[in-house]
Write a protein that binds this ligand. Sequence first.
Ligand code: NAD
Length: 473
Amino acid sequence: MQAHEGHYIDGAWRPAAVPGDLIDVVNPATEAVIATVPAGTADDIDAAVTAARSAAGAWRATSREERLAALTRLRDGLAGHQDEIIATVVAELGAPRRLAQAVHGALPVAVATSVLEVLAEFSFEEKVGNSTVYAEPAGVVAAITPWNYPLHQIVAKVLPALAAGCPVVLKPAENTPLTAQLFAQFVHDAGLPPGAFNLVTGLGTVAGAALAGHPGVDVVSFTGSTAVGRRIGAAAGQNIKRVALELGGKSANVILPGADLTRAVKTGVGNAFLNGGQTCSAWTRMLVGEADYDEAVELAAKIAEGYAPGDPTDRSTRLGPLVSAVQRERVREYIRIGVAEGARLVTGGPEAPEGLDKGFYVRPTVFADVEPGMTIAREEIFGPVLSILRYRDEEHALEIANGTDYGLSGGVWAADPAQAAAFARRMETGQVDINGGAFNPAAPFGGYKDSGVGRELGRYGLEEFLQTQSLQF
Ligand code: NAD
């Protein structure tokens, strides 16, 4: 795969401060090194933040129409290079091709279109009594993104920030820098002014930490693990910076009595295994009542076995490898812990899938008889592992659903959607799909509790990058 040797700073690819210091990009299916990218340092970050600060005045002064025109060109660039995007995400993330088309290629285009719609309509000025309140760009944005939805997460931060009038410095995950480099190329081709968008690749502990703590940054928008989010939040607090944190999850899929069990279980397993289970909003806990429990477990096992791991370049594959050897070992260890703590392994397990001795594959795994206190019911696993829990009645189901440190997403199924919605309104979580309601790229996305602070997408996503000034007359 073609990779840039430098960082994208101030409108051009520039040599890294320490040119020989490189990160290997590994194809998770073949374990081959497919490219190298620069491991950025604090000096690279400083150059990128300086470029962003220099561009800030001109970019904030652009009109709504000018930003709309530039971001439409960028959206069209994304839409026009789908094959290249999909091939890159398949190669560096191991996402199966069919899934890659929908969620790694098409979804970012839908999100970009939604940002354009919000920008076209947004009211940057409001009268409140004798005041005029202005929504102003919040300043230089540091965007730090994970590897699991590499392009979606970049688009969900960078486009609203630019739409708000903020220049951006992006530090993408070290596992998936090639998608980020492609994005930078589309920004370049869209003719955005130099410095409005900058990219520095590198390690989280070096480039990421330097960016999150840089005094020239006004807003830190981070998506990743709760552990790193805590550190970034602390640094932002110390420096009095705005911060948005999109963190982990342990979401519940609650199947109430009378629901369409087959649909609920099928959609639930698909959701838990989406992107190899490497999805922050995955419904990793399935909650089923006594009467439906055994049938649900049997169904889930059968459906899970249909997710045979395989070559992500094959169009029929539904489950690719995990992103890295580290991630594979982490997930296998959780499966061992599940067994050791007494959960019933219904299908899958910690062994390598048959016939796949190369690649970071994990068997699709379903546990039944999972108790709320077990490690696999509490901690985010980030792999194809589903835990099925049993509840006695609705109150018990709610107690289990809310009995987690996280609160990002969830699902509720019932014969009557109003009953499901009433249950969902009592869940401590940012998004809930009722009877399989479809993902909406304009709906606010973000967490309660340890799943984070702030919201992405739609109007709420734009507002993360705005601050207000009021004039009194
Ligand atoms: P991670 O926290 O290790 O890394 C995320 C990003 O932060 C990467 O770019 C990394 O280089 C950087 N980073 C790491 N240490 C840093 C530090 N000390 N200072 C600054 N930056 C640092 O997470 P990951 O393993 O890449 O991603 C998986 C996690 O992300 C999961 O926990 C998942 O739930 C979460 N996630 C959340 C959402 C959401 O929207 N809520 C979306 C996707 C993923």
